[in-house]
Design a protein around this ligand. Structure first.
Ligand SMILES: Nc1ncnc2c1ncn2[C@@H]1O[C@H](COP(=O)(O)OP(=O)(O)OP(=O)(O)O)[C@@H](O)[C@H]1O
Length: 682
């Protein structure tokens, strides 16, 4: 990869080449719309991409590591940008190439290519196969698709869902259910890859057009035998085009879909930004894509982000260039003067900025749309602070290389001149995006059961994850867990079962543990954890106290004090019990009134259980690390992980199911609590 200024991710752009269908006049027009300044020609380490008609009063310009022009094709991009990464893969690192951009901006053309012009995937595979043959390495591929935050195996005819399993202790990822198919020739690769990429059958009743992210993983193994260990891998990702979340908003489904697509792009940009800025927290968990790529993004791994830009006017392209420029900067963002002058009462959020697309009104549109900020009062910003932590790209002012005057003018116009109507419009987009993000973040779609994974990913975790120390595998573990899933390339049916057998091997290791099958395997500190958590003991004690002080039967006032229509007035019936009190309008509580002793006992036990669960969850959401470690089953690693989750979302646990996120099933938690309660009566 070319000079990277010490950053982990290189951020470049590619202006879409002219298609055969485009008339000559279109070429001329687009030449005016987008231009690139390369101070040192091809050797430039920073280039400036400018958008705007020459007749416009000013242009919007963004700095990127490089920008490939219309006439520069896939093979040039491959030789200058991707080829050097292949060396790294053969040296045990992971490399990731991500193409993103507006709809129709040439992402597929870049990654997949055409018959006449092979894409980066084919060019990379050709080189990898050549190197593998020379050095005696086995190559396999996986193809997946992410649609609406769910990943599917594209090499599996049934397209089973792929689950992301995390080994929270070791910070590793296993893509459970993702086939790895060995490949020996480029023809074999093309057949597999293209059949996978193009085989999507659109569900009829879901939406008018299916849009998804598509990923290819090229795995390189240490040797050429089927049991060789993984060495490194190259990911190539074609991200579905960025979309204005409000487009087609009459169709709620598509609106939601657009936001999900954009969410992945935002999440990725945030991860790249955090990595480039060397931030201690990298928000991998914000999307399925970043979770899947986690072991390829951090540490010594290399990332190449390619922003595909439409060559003629496209507001989305402009916005993508803006995003790319900011993630490119990482450590050296420039905040416009006007932002600094604003007396800290506000917090800037840079948002999707697409208004009406009126060709010919370029400059006016751009002036208003770029870097549109939504200002939150400080207190509101504080409330949101934890939720947006790790989303730095969206809480800093945009960086662009406009002249200072132009920058000030724009900032002023944005802060002062923005009409209420415009602000509301952007606010709506933002709220919609936030709503989808927050809603999604509260849904844990994957089983995140801790597992061990490829040794190759040992290199994948760098300084930002030193809180998850990597424990060396024993030879036995390594043998058992890292068997290559080798399948017959012509027989897809075998692919998934083989993966499953790999998963069984993992379960087998876990099954060796007598208790807590899913988790004990990685509880490195399990012997150090106190046998009974003092905190849980405290909780249990308070519950016991509560139990003894709660009247077994609530005295109800005479019937005249009960509100209309048979509804019970909660005010009147509020039992005067110590905190926490049971909800008085709870049906069970009312049922106590005339119920049998057994029913009363069951009802109360059930309430106790719920209350204990609530306390447990509250505790996980709030306790200090030291206190967390006092809980049975929560060692150093899990406590660290819980704090990490809490950084991303203030209260990550809402119910027992959410505890899957830390590798504890609801059943395990219940079992642990039953023991604690039982202990109280000993
Ligand atoms: N560099 C190029 N030279 C010639 N034609 C191109 C080039 N890039 C893209 N095209 C053509 O432009 C059209 C759109 O490109 P492509 O499908 O790659 O866009 P995309 O960004 O993947 O779109 P989507 O967001 O819908 O997935 C295709 O017909 C493609 O052949």
């Amino acid at each position: 990869m070319r000079p990277n200024h010490g950053r982990k991710a290189r951020v470049i752009a590619k202006i879409k080449g002219f298609t055969d269908q485009e008339p000559e006049s279109a070429n001329e027009a687009s030449g005016k719309w987008i231009s690139v300044h390369k101070p040192k020609g091809d050797d430039s380490e920073i280039v400036t991409v400018s958008f705007g008609d020459q007749s416009a009063s000013r242009k919007d310009s963004y700095e990127l590591d490089y920008c490939y022009d219309r006439n520069e094709g896939n093979s040039l991009i491959f030789s200058r940008e991707v080829n050097p990464l292949i060396e790294d893969v053969f040296n045990g690192h992971n490399a990731t190439v991500i193409a993103y951009g507006a709809r129709g901006s040439g992402k597929t053309f870049l990654i997949q290519g055409s018959e006449e012009e092979p894409g980066l995937a084919v060019l990379a595979m050709t080189k990898i196969l050549f190197m593998a043959e020379e050095s005696g390495k086995l190559i396999a591929i996986s193809c997946y698709e992410i649609s609406r935050d769910h990943a599917y195996d594209l090499l599996d005819p049934e397209r089973h869902e792929v689950l992301v399993w995390e080994d929270v202790a070791r910070g590793k990822i296993q893509l459970k259910g993702l086939s790895q198919v060995p490949v020996k020739s480029i023809q074999e690769f093309q057949k597999l890859y293209l059949s996978g990429q193009n085989s999507y059958k659109q569900p009829q009743n879901i939406m008018a057009e299916h849009r998804s992210h598509k990923g290819l993983i090229i795995h390189v193994f240490h040797g050429d035998k089927s049991d060789a260990l993984p060495l490194g891998k190259m990911n190539l990702v074609d991200l579905a085009g960025y979309e204005d979340g409000r487009k087609k908003s009459t169709d709620g489904v598509i609106l939601l879909d657009n936001n999900k697509i954009n969410k992945s792009i935002y999440a990725l940009q945030n991860v790249v930004y955090a990595l480039n800025a060397n931030e201690s927290h990298v928000p991998y968990r914000e999307s399925k894509l970043t979770r899947m790529l986690r072991d390829s993004l951090g540490g010594t791994n290399k990332i190449l982000m390619v922003t595909c830009l439409n060559s003629s006017f496209c507001q989305d392209s402009l916005y993508m260039a803006n995003l790319a420029s900011r993630s490119c900067k990482g450590t050296s963002r420039i905040i416009p003067d006007s932002t600094k002058k604003t007396k800290s009462k506000v917090r800037p959020m840079v948002l999707s900025s697409c208004k009406s697309r009126i060709p010919g009104s370029v400059s006016a549109t751009v002036t208003k749309q770029i870097g549109t900020r939504v200002w939150f009062p400080e207190n509101e910003a504080n409330v949101k602070a934890s939720a947006i932590k790790g989303r730095k790209l969206f809480d800093e002012a945009c960086h662009s290389t406009k002249s200072k005057k132009a920058s000030q003018e724009e900032s002023l116009s944005l802060e002062i001149d923005s009409t209420i109507e415009h602000t509301m419009e952007v606010n709506l987009t933002f709220l919609c995006h936030r709503y989808v993000q927050e809603k999604n973040s509260s849904v844990i779609s994957d089983a995140t059961v801790p597992l061990v994974q490829e040794p190759s990913s040992l290199q994948a975790f760098g300084a930002e994850e030193t809180d998850l120390p990597i424990k060396a595998f024993s030879t036995e573990e390594t043998k058992m867990l890292d068997k290559v899933v080798v399948t017959n390339a012509d027989n897809h049916d075998e692919a998934t079962p083989n993966i499953n057998s790999n998963a069984k091997a993992l379960s087998f290791v876990e099954a060796d543990q007598p208790l807590d099958r899913e988790n004990n395997f990685f509880l490195v500190n399990k012997n150090e954890s106190p046998p009974i958590s003092a905190r849980l003991q405290d909780l249990s004690n308070s519950l016991k106290l509560l139990y003894s002080s709660t009247p077994s039967c609530i005295e109800i006032p005479p019937k005249t004090d009960v509100s209309f229509d048979g509804q019970v007035s909660t005010e009147i019936l509020e039992p005067k019990t110590p905190e926490p009190s049971f909800p008085v309008n709870d049906k069970l509580e009312i049922a106590d009134i005339n119920c049998s002793p057994w029913q009363a006992f069951s009802a109360r036990s059930s309430k106790m259980k719920n209350s204990l669960v609530d306390e447990y969850i509250k505790f996980l959401n709030r306790a200090s690390k030291e206190d967390l470690k006092r809980l049975k089953g929560i060692g150093e690693k899990r406590a660290t992980y819980i704090l990490e989750l809490r950084e991303e979302s203030p209260e990550p646990f809402k119910n027992l199911d959410d505890l899957k996120e830390i590798g504890l099933s609801a059943k395990q938690i219940k079992g642990m609590m039953t023991k604690e309660i039982g202990g109280l009566f000993n």
